[in-house]
Ligand binder design. Sequence first.
Ligand SMILES: Nc1ncnc2c1ncn2[C@@H]1O[C@H](COP(=O)(O)OP(=O)(O)O)[C@@H](O)[C@H]1O
Ligand SMILES: [Mg+2]
Length: 144
Amino acid sequence: MKQNRMKVEFKSISENESFARVVVSAFAAQLDPTIDEISDIKTAISEAVTNAIIHGYGSENEDKNVIVEATIDGNELTVSVTDEGEGIDNVELAMQPLYTSRPDLERSGMGFTVMETFMDSLEVKSEKGRGTTITMKKIFNSVR
Ligand SMILES: Nc1ncnc2c1ncn2[C@@H]1O[C@H](COP(=O)(O)OP(=O)(O)O)[C@@H](O)[C@H]1O
Ligand SMILES: [Mg+2]
């Protein structure tokens, strides 16, 4: 069974949203994904990394880092996005569709909903003042 792992750490600046998208989709290419599957992953990673930057750290911050880890286990891809920012008070509330703590930034409040829709599972671990790790899984069909 195929197994692999990677980890990247980058500055919490918006340029790195596209970097994270590309690096995770390049890693996932080993699973022989469809165009749609790659597009789903890119969408979900963007939402998670954007959240780390703007909510975790409050804004872009050259002195803070976002960590993306991914593993492949058979036909399953697991991706986690971690920030060591402010954390989430109420995860259940934060995950509600349309909930945003930053309406001032014209946020849609749909980031978690998008991640849940495009990936097969989503788990959020957060500690107030310590940071947040979101872990997403996607299963790739081996039969096409
Ligand atoms: N990494 C994070 N650190 C702190 N708070 C977060 C993080 N990710 C999400 N949140 C909280 O969850 C809320 C909902 O996130 P999301 O569904 O992506 O909507 P939006 O980003 O549009 O506000 C955010 O408004 C924020 O309060
Ligand atoms: Mg968001």
